[in-house]
Design a protein around this ligand. Sequence first.
Ligand code: PEP
Ligand code: MN
Length: 340
Amino acid sequence: MVIVMKVGASEAEISNVMRKLESQGFAVHRSTGVERTILGAVGAKVVDIRDYEVLEGVKEVIRITQPFKLASRHFRPEGSVIRIRDVDIGGPEVVVMAGPCTIENFEQSERIAASVKRAGAKVIRGGAFKPRTSPYSFQGHGVAGLKALREAADKHSLLVVSELMEQCQIAPAEPYIDIIQVGARNMQNFGLLRDLGQLRKPVLLKRGMAATVSDLLLSAEYVMSEGNHQVILCERGIRTFETHTRNTLDISAIPVVHKLSHLPIIVDPSHAVGIRDKVAPVSRAAVAAGADGLIVEVHHDPDNAICDGAQSLFLEQFDQLMNELRLIAAAIGRTMQPAA
Ligand code: PEP
Ligand code: MN
């Protein structure tokens, strides 16, 4: 149930509603917007909504029939903007994250950071804990890798996004990361999601390869129900019967999510298609379809990358893609960081 307070409702009126909800066993999540306050009430209890409609300061009570509540668009109709230092995700700007599949060493991270920053990226990506299909494949450099990525990012004023796979990685790794990525394979690792919900740090939640949009939003709900509302969703392709690409990018997930949820959604074109020459076309399509950002694999020497070289753009290809994306963003009334 969502309770929309009137514009100008007093703090006493808001507290009164919250108290009543809590006394009826609801967990209350408060969203203070520019215009009005919205209260999300989560709980199984069936109540007569008129008991709330009559309270002072209440404009409207909406019963949410969807299984996800806090992630629902009703909870924040104007949309969520996730601010990380001076970067806003979910606002008018299309924010691009770029970098290698995995952190190899400081020199590699620094070289890529310098280049993607010049091209207009705001966040550098790079995995230190890699979810590999085979246990014999490279598993990532762990915290040592994150330290290298952090140093490279700080040198070029970039934010860091990196994946964590297990709860025990949170404490040692979290200080080096600005946005914690949950990979496709862990979208339903509920223990991990709950623990990330205890943090007050943005989470980039990737769609599982066989997950519906509702499944994705319910996973977001796990993080949010613990109190961390800073969730960014990511469409990264789903498994279909098509074999010419690594996965199939579900472009329609972008408007579907924007309709159902207030959370920002970005697109990972690299893991979606898995082949370098298809990354730019689907990136352009994603921005045209309204994605709030992209996360793209870029490498200075893809032929010798430790992993995912075949889907990583060369630095110059990324520069060109960014120039194209700026034109598309402008055409649909959005902004993008200019190249330096
Ligand atoms: C990644 O971004 O490094 C990754 C492994 O992606 P996904 O979880 O989408 O497969
Ligand atoms: Mn990769």
